[in-house]
Ligand binder design. Structure first.
Ligand SMILES: NC(=O)C1=CN([C@@H]2O[C@H](COP(=O)(O)OP(=O)(O)OC[C@H]3O[C@@H](n4cnc5c(N)ncnc54)[C@H](O)[C@@H]3O)[C@@H](O)[C@H]2O)C=CC1
Ligand SMILES: O=C(CO)COP(=O)(O)O
Length: 331
């Protein structure tokens, strides 16, 4: 299949390589000519040192060239820039092309998931938009470590077709029709990963980490169920799987950033010290706004947002979480 990958960062370059290894004709679009040249000419990615980009992958700074003839367009740009990047590209989408979101975030100001932003920005019907999310740290996939993921689409047949497009000997996609649940899991786990980073940077150990992972999953499920997601999604690869992979991993940019905050760095310096996009910083705000709007309690996300954006001290995070009224275990 002819595929365009929009975004030449860590995930765009790595997923483009998976697609090429799976036998597709892949062209990456990136805005930075030096990054594009490194991918196209030297077959390496500045964002992922371990990645060897297959020779067949082409790269360009011209979005029209990347999208010409593309039956599939995979989008891997920062979530908060997606609308601005995609809107001018709407006219370049081939009739009938499918769009696959690789992004994990919720848009500030609208509270929309990335597949919804894609529908609005590219003018493509929701039935032709799919999402991919799961425990997918780019550096491990670049090393061909065995990894599974989830491809979700309203139409199960479309999800099934896309699994065939990106399956390799080390990358195994599963299908799901719960687009809402899969996207919310990917977006909110970044906020939980920051919370765990903060806790670990503050010096807390495994009990705190396990508490935040488990209660983090509970609040993701609470939000998801209120928005129409399927409860089973949260125990799957996109839910529990991605929380496990990311929240406690030194490879996660969100975890790294949280740890720096927990160690006493301010947000500006933590952002500067963390390479690439830590989506959870902005998602913390958008998810809290969304949850407040629909009346869902999200104490971990709220505490992370208060520490990041309202100047609350790191120690207040523990206090905010533990001072809540006692309640039953579960969602
Ligand atoms: N890195 C990873 O392991 C994974 C990342 N993701 C998600 O994929 C998305 C992209 O993440 P990464 O590739 O890791 O981020 P990154 O920061 O490595 O790359 C983002 C790319 O977008 C480009 N970009 C930023 N603003 C732009 C603009 N206005 N116009 C054109 N290009 C622009 C940057 O130059 C960069 O090449 C995020 O939503 C992330 O959560 C999902 C799974 C795994
Ligand atoms: O989403 C990811 C792995 O599934 C990547 O996590 P970070 O964006 O925190 O690096």
């Amino acid at each position: 299949m002819r595929v365009a990958v929009l975004g030449a960062g860590a995930w765009g370059s790595t997923f483009a390589s998976v697609l090429a290894d799976a036998g597709n004709d892949v062209m990456v679009w990136g805005r930075d000519p030096a990054v594009v040249a490194r991918i196209a000419d030297q077959h390496r990615s500045p964002a992922v040192a371990e990645l060897v980009v297959p020779d067949t992958v082409r790269a360009t700074t011209d979005p029209a060239l990347a999208m010409r003839g593309a039956e599939l367009v995979a989008v891997a740009v920062p979530a908060q820039s997606a609308r601005e990047i995609l809107t001018p590209l709407a006219g370049l989408l081939e009739p009938g092309a499918v769009v696959l979101s690789l992004m994990k975030g919720i848009e500030l100001s609208t509270g929309l998931r990335m597949s919804q932003v894609i529908v609005e920005a590219l003018g493509v019907p929701a039935s032709r938009v799919a999402v991919l999310s799961g425990p997918n740290l780019a550096r491990e996939i670049a090393q061909h470590q065995p990894t599974a993921t989830v491809i979700a689409a309203q139409d199960e047949e479309l999800a099934r077709r896309l699994t065939a497009v990106c399956a390799t000997g080390w990358f195994r996609p599963y299908t799901n029709t719960d687009v809402i649940g899969v996207e919310l899991c990917g977006a909110v786990k970044n906020v939980v990963a920051i919370g765990i980073g903060i806790a670990q940077g503050r010096g807390y150990g495994d009990n705190t980490t396990a508490t935040l992972i488990t209660r983090g999953l509970a609040e993701i499920a609470r939000l998801g169920l209120a928005l129409g997601a399927d409860v089973e999604t949260f125990a799957g690869l996109a839910g529990m799987g991605d929380l496990f992979a990311t929240c406690d991993s030194p490879l996660s940019r969100n975890h790294q950033l949280g740890r720096r905050i927990g160690e006493g760095m301010d947000l500006e310096h933590a952002l500067a010290a963390t390479p690439g996009t830590a989506e959870g910083v902005k998602t913390a705000r958008s998810v809290v706004e969304l949850a407040q709007r629909i009346g869902v309690d999200m104490p971990i996300s709220s505490a992370v947002s208060a520490v990041l954006h309202e100047g609350q001290p790191v120690d207040l995070m523990g206090e905010l979480l533990l001072a809540r009224p006692h309640k039953a275990d579960g969602v």
